[in-house]
Every structure is written in C-alpha cells, then in structure tokens.
Ligand binder design. Sequence first.
Ligand SMILES: Cc1cc2nc3c(=O)[nH]c(=O)nc-3n(C[C@H](O)[C@H](O)[C@H](O)COP(=O)(O)O)c2cc1C
Length: 363
Amino acid sequence: MRSKSLNQPIVLPRSKIVLRNRSVLAALTNKQSREDGTLTQDEIRWLERRAKDGFGIVTTAAAFVHPSGKSWVGELGVHSDDMLPGLEELSERIRRHGAASLVQIFHGGMRAPTDLIGEVPMSSSVNKTEQSSTGYSRSMGEQEIEEAIQWFAIAAQRCSDAGFDGIEIHGAHGYLISQFLGTKTNRREDEWGGSRKARFRFLIEIVRRIKKTVPSNFIIAVRISPSYSSCGITIEDSLDLSRDLIDEGIDILHLSCWDISKKIHDGPDAIPITTEFSRKIGGQIPILTTGGIWDEDDVSEAFLQGADMLGVGRAGIAHPDWPSRVHTGDNTRPPFTRKQLSEADLSPVFIDYMCRWDGFVED
Ligand SMILES: Cc1cc2nc3c(=O)[nH]c(=O)nc-3n(C[C@H](O)[C@H](O)[C@H](O)COP(=O)(O)O)c2cc1C
C-alpha cells in the first residue's frame, strides 16, 4: 500500500467531495466577531489567507447555534439569518482559492457564562459551574433537548445556504455535546442518560437531523475528545461512539488529541490515541487527528499512527502556508513576534488573544 502524504487528495466517502490535500486548519477561536456574532473583515481575511496559502480544509472558529450557547466575547454566530451576508462572503472567499470550508457548530452548555447569555446555563444535568450566577447549570427538559437538536440542524442548513462545503459538529472539549456524552456531567435517568447509547443519543440525533436537512454532498464532520475526564468520557466510550457515528454515515471523524504522542493509558505497552482508533475503526471512515503537529516528523508520525488527514491549530496561526512550508524545514515554532503574526494576517485583537496562550507571542 502506498503510504499517505499530506499533498495527496482524498475523496470523502459519504459526500464524495474531493479535498485537494489532507491538511486541515482546525477550528480556532479568534475573538474577532462582532457582539451580535457577525463576521468582521479581520476574521474573513485570516481564514481566506489559509485557503489561499494551501490548506485542504479551512474550518471556522466555534460558532454558536443559539444565543444560550454563546460562551465568550467575540464568538462567531450561526444562530440567525442576520449572519448570512458575512457567512456568504466568507464561504465565497475560501472557495475561490480551492479549499473546502467547514463551519464548526457549537453550544457551550454549562460553560456559557450567565454574564454573557443573561440566564443560568443549561446542561444535561445540574452540574457545578463557575460560569453560572447560581454556581450550577440547570438540567434541560426533554422538550428543550428536542429544540437544541433543531438549533444544530437549522444552523447546519444556514451554513449550507451560505455556500459552505460542510459543518463540523463540536462534540469535544467539554461543551454541551460532551456534557451529554460523559457519565459525570450526564446523570439523567431518562432516554438521554444512563447507558452509553442513551448518553450518545443527543449527538446521534443531531447527526440524523442534520442529514435530513442538508444536501447529500454537504460534508458532516464530528469532532470529539477521545477522553475527557472532567465530563467522564473514556477512550472506550469514544470508540463505541465512533462506531455508531460510522453507522450513521458521516464524512470525517476528528480526534482532538492536543498532543498526538499522548497514549491511551500510562502503561509501558500503551499506544498513541490515534493508533488505537485507526486499529479499531480505521478504513471505515477518514480519521482526522490534531494536536502538536508542527514539522515533517510530526506529519510522518501522524500518518504512521493511521490518520488519514492532519489538523493543525497553532502551526496554522503562525504559518498560513503550513501545508507547503512543512516540507521545507523552515517551520519555526513559538514564540512569534507581533510583526510576524500581523504579517500572517492576524489582527491586533487576535494577537492579544494569542498572548494568553503561554509562550506563543514574544514579550
Ligand atoms: C487560539 C486557539 C483557539 C482554539 N479554538 C478552538 C475552537 O474554537 N474549537 C475547537 O474545537 N478547538 C479550538 N482550539 C483547539 C485547536 O483546534 C487544536 O485542536 C489545538 O490547538 C491543538 O492543535 P495544535 O497543537 O496544532 O495547536 C483552539 C486552540 C487555540 C490555540
């Protein structure tokens, strides 16, 4: 079998979309949207540059599907048709350079601060959260769960109407979908909690509803955290969930690893997370892995682990042309000067935000 390479195109088995290469700009919050969630020219410019400079997929930042899920200032919105003009412009400016575009659709659940949303945040159960004015989230009623599924589906439809190639459902990092997936944050005793299948149901229903809503050539990706202890999500849960997602029919399974060398457990015989997933479910769905990929060795390692596509966050912030630059060896790591980041089309707002990421911006 020919070994995989970053420059190799890939056909997504469900939507049949052909990606020009296997590099993906992962979702990156950049705080540049307006208070109402509309896109700014700064945000469009930074994403367009990554399309122009060669990424196969350009993903937007996490975008809230409903105001109750907005979790930080400057977050992108896909909750209303008022967002359409900006979204249409963004999709067009990504497409003109030959990259595929995904919007990451998101609800923060218990992590949406009362200060921002004006209410006690919702979750799968009553959970302790500093973001809430009461110190706790409230547990969603069954009718409300139904509505939330619909918010995701309507948002996906809006993204399709706006001309995007697809969406990525944000099921990772402890936000609303993760809160449903995990045993610690989901202690429901109805059809939405308890057994694995019941905990998975919220995400599975979102996938089903979106599939009913959007055209068949619209990409559906799902991002998960393979394990997330504060929600009570284990690797075994995520493998089982991945099999269910394969059965549902999605285009891409995105593993958010933060560090692709991380192992499934501490033992001496432990294997990396992506290796475990590719051994168990590889070949049945394109696996996208992200976390700590900077140079050519990292690229080789990720493909060796069995990934089909590679995502980058920080390397793509610093190097808009990362997909081609990675093969030149001229691929510097942090810290970066404000000037370098400005030349990479980051606005002062985004650069200020990156100062919060330890060691990324030079003092
Ligand atoms: C500034 C910044 C913003 C991020 N925003 C998001 C986001 O909106 N949605 C998401 O799923 N992950 C987000 N992440 C995680 C990245 O997508 C990525 O998984 C992470 O940075 C690890 O990859 P890297 O080592 O290549 O940076 C963010 C990361 C950074 C550094």
